[in-house]
Design a protein. Structure first.
Length: 201
């Protein structure tokens, strides 16, 4: 059984002004909201200056920073669709170098099996690494996982509230959306429990 005080404590850790300003944007009040792509570029196909030989050179260059690898991975994503795993490989190199956006992108790809073999357990590890750097999309996704539960994460609505609160605090709209929705759902459940307890007396 959840306690209202626990829920309210987590909610007040987030800016109430932010919540109020975005409350009207909740389109799906009963569905946890999660990103479809952390970079939002999956429908954009820009021309690329990279030939296959240049791509190979990028892959073998250990001196590139995480940011450079992350950017170049997106640059070559669409001109190289016939090379399975190439995009994932470059993105993972950036993730290993500590790039938080790349870590979240790798986590998403592992979760859904895009350009790699799906691996939920490894996906969660990368989400946690990204969230440890205060990257809000990763925090929001961990919130969804704790809300719904899976074979590696036990269902825990209060932990979900905490992750949503972190994402919202870092300015992520989906985090605020999920925080508002789940808070209302839990408060409604508590009100129903209290009403049933009074009726039984």
């Amino acid at each position: 059984m959840f306690k209202k005080n626990s829920i309210l404590f987590l909610v007040t850790a987030v800016s109430l002004t932010t919540i109020a300003s975005q409350a009207a944007d909740v389109l799906h009040p009963s569905i946890p909201q999660v990103e479809s792509s952390t970079a939002g570029k999956m429908t954009f196909c820009p021309p690329s200056p990279f030939t296959s030989s240049k791509v190979v050179a990028i892959e073998s260059d250990d001196h590139l920073s995480g940011e450079e690898l992350y950017t170049k991975a997106w640059d070559i994503r669409y001109p190289e669709p016939s090379v399975p795993g190439r995009f994932f490989g470059l993105m993972k190199k950036a993730a290993v170098k500590g790039h938080k956006k790349a870590q979240c992108e790798v986590a998403l790809m592992l979760k859904i099996g895009r350009d790699c073999v799906s691996n939920l357990e490894e996906s969660i590890e990368w989400y946690r690494k990204s969230a440890a750097q205060d990257y809000a999309p990763a925090e929001n996704t961990l919130g969804v996982m704790h809300e719904l539960g899976n074979q590696f994460i036990e269902k825990d609505p209060l932990a979900a509230l905490d992750w949503y609160g972190r994402a919202s605090k870092h300015g992520y709209e989906l985090g605020t959306t999920n925080l508002i929705r789940l808070t209302k759902e839990l408060e409604r459940e508590l009100d129903e429990q209290e009403a049933m307890e009074k009726a039984d007396k």
